[in-house]
Design a protein around this ligand. Structure first.
Ligand code: HEM
Length: 421
């Protein structure tokens, strides 16, 4: 390990090396190159900017994911930087009190809740959604017909995954813009670096978003339907030991976020990767049977979740580096996808790669993404239909691509394309 500079820190902080100081957690442009250097020179480094130990090798990341006794997920949704007092007050006064239910919940509650939620969120239910998803994709593609230049994010994949989640939650389509705004702000509040004024706006949005979920659950208590909240309420059957009402509300709140931002960003990343590697785009147009593996390669090469978080519950060694008990750990899952010890020629985008599916874009272990089968299905349908409809599509050359600024999520905020080449 190369540690050339050193600063003293708190019990759970670490030495600040060149690689640690050079890590720009919000800047997705140079990130892959930085992780590559780290994997080779300092696979576990300390980032003083965010006070996290960053783990970059696939083998170490897997070890952490698979050991929930030593590495707690309780930190997964904590704001990366402490929120301002005014933002906290707005949330407190607004009654925001969602409880940990999935990504940031730990056993035994996590085991119980994941099992109950699995009665609804499962592969069978997701595959039954296929005709609805295909119809939605057609609806968006129909709106693109006759246009030459479009923004593939705004005009195609921004609202689409939210509408799929809405099918499961029984929410009307017209609520999409509102919920997308709340969700965007929630992401920035938790994983971003907001000014105090922006935190205040986002805190108001968190309160409104939480209240929306509470109202939805209250409506289903009075009038059950065939949707997520109703199935959870039926499973609970009035018994808090199975699931409390607050947990149902928190599950709805969680799904309304987890289920669409990630997929929107992944669809944007996939379209961008495939269109910039023109031979891959032409290959999937000619042979749609290549699409499922192309989806995996996009997840490996350019995942929408770049990092995920854990807290060390005891002193641990990873790649020869001692991480102290209580330390924050950032698992660079995007780096695992490029790990040259696992993926041959790992910096090459190859939709025929045999082990593409070994990426860690959906995590691993007890918190492995519940929605992975749904995300895979949506991405497959999006690519099948768009390649059929607009095979000549090309990205507008020399456009500057802005990525959303959070430590965990990566996706283009705009992607201009000419539909007929
Ligand atoms: C490309 C899209 C997606 C990506 C990259 C993604 C990624 C992730 C990651 C990294 C985790 C944390 C895993 C861990 O801690 O080990 C996670 C958890 C989760 N995801 Fe996804 N996700 C995606 C789509 C979805 C969708 C569509 C849904 C909903 C249907 C969903 C629901 C969840 C839930 C509920 C969890 C928490 C599981 C638990 O803690 O038990 N995700 N996802």
């Amino acid at each position: 390990m190369t540690v050339t500079k050193s600063t003293s820190g708190t019990a759970s902080s670490g030495p600040a090396s060149d690689i640690g100081c050079g890590y720009a957690p919000f800047d997705h442009g140079p990130m892959s190159a930085h992780f590559q250097k780290a994997r080779n020179e300092e696979p576990v480094f300390y980032s003083p900017k965010i006070n996290y130990w960053v783990v970059t090798k696939r083998v170490d990341i897997l070890e952490v994911f698979r050991d929930p006794k030593t590495f707690s997920a309780e930190i997964a949704l904590s704001p990366v930087f402490p929120l301002s007092q005014s933002a906290l007050k707005i949330m407190r006064d607004g009654g925001f009190d969602a409880c940990p239910v999935q990504v940031n919940c730990v056993p035994p509650d996590h085991t119980r809740i994941r099992q109950v939620a699995g009665a609804y969120l499962n592969a069978k239910r997701f595959s039954a959604l296929e005709p609805d998803i295909r119809a939605l994709v057609h609806r968006f593609l129909d709106q693109l017909e006759g246009k030459q230049r479009v923004d593939l994010i705004k005009d195609f994949v921004y609202d689409l995954p939210a509408l799929v989640i809405f099918l499961m939650l029984g929410i009307p389509d017209e609520d999409v813009p509102q919920i997308k705004r709340w969700a965007d702000n929630r992401l920035l509040l938790t994983f971003g670096e907001l000014s105090e004024a922006a935190q205040i706006t986002a805190a108001h949005d968190m309160v409104a978003y939480w209240q929306y979920c509470r109202d939805l659950v209250a409506a289903r208590q009075k009038n059950p339907q065939d949707d997520y909240a109703s199935v959870l309420l039926a499973a609970r059957a009035g018994d808090d030991a199975v699931l409390s009402v607050k947990e149902v509300e928190s599950l709805v709140f969680g799904l309304l976020l987890a289920g669409h931002e990630t997929t929107t960003n992944q669809a944007g990343n996939a379209l961008r990767m495939l269109l910039t590697h023109r031979e891959s785009w032409e290959a999937i147009c000619a042979d749609p049977g290549l699409i499922p593996n192309a989806v995996e390669e996009c997840l490996r090469y350019q995942a929408s979740v770049v990092c995920w978080r854990r807290k060390a519950l005891e002193d641990v060694m990873l790649s020869g580096v001692r991480i102290p008990s209580g330390a924050n750990i950032l698992l660079a899952t995007a780096s695992a996808g490029r790990d040259e010890d696992w993926f041959a020629d790992s910096e090459t985008f190859d939709i025929r790669r045999e082990n593409a599916r070994d990426h860690l874009a959906f995590g691993n272990g007890i918190h492995f993404c519940v929605g992975a089968p749904l995300a895979r299905l949506e991405l497959k349908i999006i690519l099948e239909e768009v390649t059929k409809r607009f095979p000549k599509m090309r990205l507008v050359e020399d456009q500057s691509i802005d990525m959303i600024r959070t430590i965990a999520f990566r996706g283009p905020s705009q992607l201009l394309a000419d539909l007929n080449g």
